[in-house]
Design a protein around this ligand. Structure first.
Ligand code: URA
Length: 209
């Protein structure tokens, strides 16, 4: 079974409160999502493997640690996942960025793929899938499956807020994918919104409502 890591650093919790507030406008919302993503990125990368390399300081030769292992890729689920990209990229500027476009059919609530563009060496990368809201788990499951179908074999899922239902659904279908969240909220409502949540993350990021 995969692990679920709740990253509850005080700064993250404070910023989460601000984005939950319905009076927070799009500019502040975007900035805060970026900041939270960066802070989460710090924790997500905590277990990256290191290797000792030889360098020369202005004083002498020495051995020092550098990140080793798989190269990283970031895959935001369009469109709300885009809001998390810059924060993570600030920490890992060499990461390649793929995109998966999914929308939720308002009738069936099932995910429909409309776009997928990934780094060509996807099977050699550790992929970090980004979606601010893990609600029903349908979009995350579908996006992870698209990546696996294209050869990905090392995937983490990073969300700001998750429902208990969404976590269960992803863990059941993808027990190899660890899930990182800033909060596990109470439940989903009848419209598949997370309660208390923050509303529609895409609309709030892009000011479309
Ligand atoms: N997507 C959102 O943006 N918000 C929710 O609460 C659920 C899905």
């Amino acid at each position: 079974m995969s692990k679920v890591v709740v990253i509850d650093h005080p700064l993250i919790q404070h910023k989460l409160t601000l984005i939950r507030d319905k009076n927070t406008g799009s500019k502040a919302f975007r900035d805060l999502v970026k900041e939270i993503s960066m802070l989460m990125g710090y924790e997500i990368t905590r277990e990256l493997p290191l290797e000792e390399i030889e360098i020369e300081t202005p004083v002498c030769k020495t051995k020092s640690m550098a990140i080793a292992g798989k190269k990283l890729g970031i895959v935001p689920i369009l469109r709300a996942g885009l809001g998390m990209v810059d924060g993570i990229l600030q920490l890992i500027p060499a990461a390649k960025v793929g995109h998966v476009g999914l929308y939720r059919d308002p009738e069936t609530l099932m995910p429909v793929e409309y776009y997928c563009k990934l780094p060509s060496d996807v099977e050699e990368r550790e992929l970090i899938v980004l979606d601010p809201m893990l609600a029903t788990g349908g979009s995350a499951n579908a996006a992870i499956q698209f990546l696996k179908d294209r050869g990905a074999n090392c995937i983490k899922l990073v969300c700001l807020i998750a429902s208990p239902e969404g976590i269960e659904v992803v863990q059941k279908e993808h027990p190899d994918v660890d899930i990182y969240v800033a909060s596990v909220d109470e439940k989903l409502n009848d419209h598949a919104y997370i309660v208390p949540g923050l509303g529609d993350a895409g609309d709030r990021l892009f000011g479309t409502k």
